[in-house]
Design a binder for this molecule. Structure first.
Ligand SMILES: CC(C)(COP(=O)(O)OP(=O)(O)OC[C@H]1O[C@@H](n2cnc3c(N)ncnc32)[C@H](O)[C@@H]1OP(=O)(O)O)[C@@H](O)C(=O)NCCC(=O)NCCS
Length: 188
C-alpha cells in the first residue's frame, strides 16, 4: 500500500494481519477508493447464493458506479474493511462494512461477504470482530446485522462476536442488534 495515496482520515491503525484456520497469512485493511475494481473482481467470483445473502437481491454484476460508492467512504460514519491473502494482496477475499442506520441513534448497519472459496477459514469472524471494534471505537452504541433467518454462518458470527445481542425475529429475516457497549465473554 502506497502511503502517499492514502485519503485524508485513513484509519491506519486498522491495518493488521492474522493467520487463517488454513494457516494462510491474511491482511485486513480499511478500504481505499482504488479498491473499486477489486470489489468488482471479488463480486465476479461470488456464488449467486452469496450475492443474494449479501445484497438480498440477484446482482450478477457490481456496476462501476456501485463499486465506486462502496469503495469511497469517510471512515467515520461509514467504514469498510477488506481482507486479502498476503500472497495475493490485490485480490480481495472478503469485505465487511458499516453505514449509519436510521433505526436507532448511535447505530450502524453492517454487511459482510467472503469469497465462497475462502468461507469457513475464519476470515468472516475476524473481519466481523474488527468491524465491531472499529464501530465501538468510533462511538457507536449499536451494530445491526440484518440476515435471512436460515443464514446460520451469519447468525453464528453475530451471536458469538462477544457482545450482548438482542434479536428481532421476522418471518424470513432476523435483525440482530449488537450492543457494542456491552462486551461479554465468547463461548466457542
Ligand atoms: C457469513 C460469512 C461472511 C461468514 O464468513 P466465513 O469466513 O465463512 O466465516 P468463518 O469461517 O469465520 O466462520 C464463522 C462461523 O460461521 C459458522 N460457519 C461457517 N461456515 C459455515 C457453514 N457452511 N455452515 C454452518 N456454519 C458455518 C461456523 O460456526 C463458524 O464458527 P467457527 O469460527 O467456530 O468455525 C460467509 O458465509 C459469507 O460471505 N456468506 C455470504 C454473504 C452473507 O451471508 N452475508 C451476511 C449478510 S450481510
Amino acid at each position: 500500500m502506497n502511503e502517499e495515496q492514502l485519503p485524508n482520515g485513513y484509519p491506519h491503525h486498522l491495518v493488521m494481519s492474522f493467520e487463517s484456520q488454513q494457516g494462510e497469512e491474511i491482511l485486513i485493511r480499511p478500504i481505499l477508493p482504488a479498491d473499486a475494481a477489486r470489489l468488482q473482481e471479488l463480486h465476479s467470483r461470488l456464488s449467486p447464493e452469496s450475492i443474494y445473502r449479501r445484497f438480498f437481491a440477484h446482482r450478477p454484476i457490481l456496476s462501476d458506479n456501485e463499486a465506486r460508492k462502496l469503495a469511497t467512504l469517510d471512515y467515520r460514519l461509514s467504514l469498510a474493511l477488506v481482507a486479502a491473502r498476503q500472497v495475493e494482496p490485490d485480490q480481495l477475499v472478503g469485505v465487511a462494512r458499516f453505514a449509519p442506520s436510521p433505526e436507532r441513534s448511535q447505530s450502524v448497519e453492517m454487511a459482510i461477504v467472503v469469497n465462497d472459496a475462502y468461507q469457513g477459514h475464519g476470515i468472516g469472524r475476524r473481519l466481523f470482530q474488527e468491524l465491531a471494534r472499529a464501530a465501538s471505537e468510533l462511538g457507536q452504541h449499536w451494530m445491526l446485522v440484518e440476515t435471512q433467518s436460515d443464514n446460520k454462518p451469519m447468525i453464528d458470527l453475530a451471536e458469538r462476536a462477544g457482545y450482548t445481542t438482542n434479536t428481532v425475529y421476522q418471518t424470513t429475516m432476523y435483525q440482530i442488534w449488537l450492543d457494542l457497549t456491552s462486551p461479554r465473554p465468547v463461548s466457542l
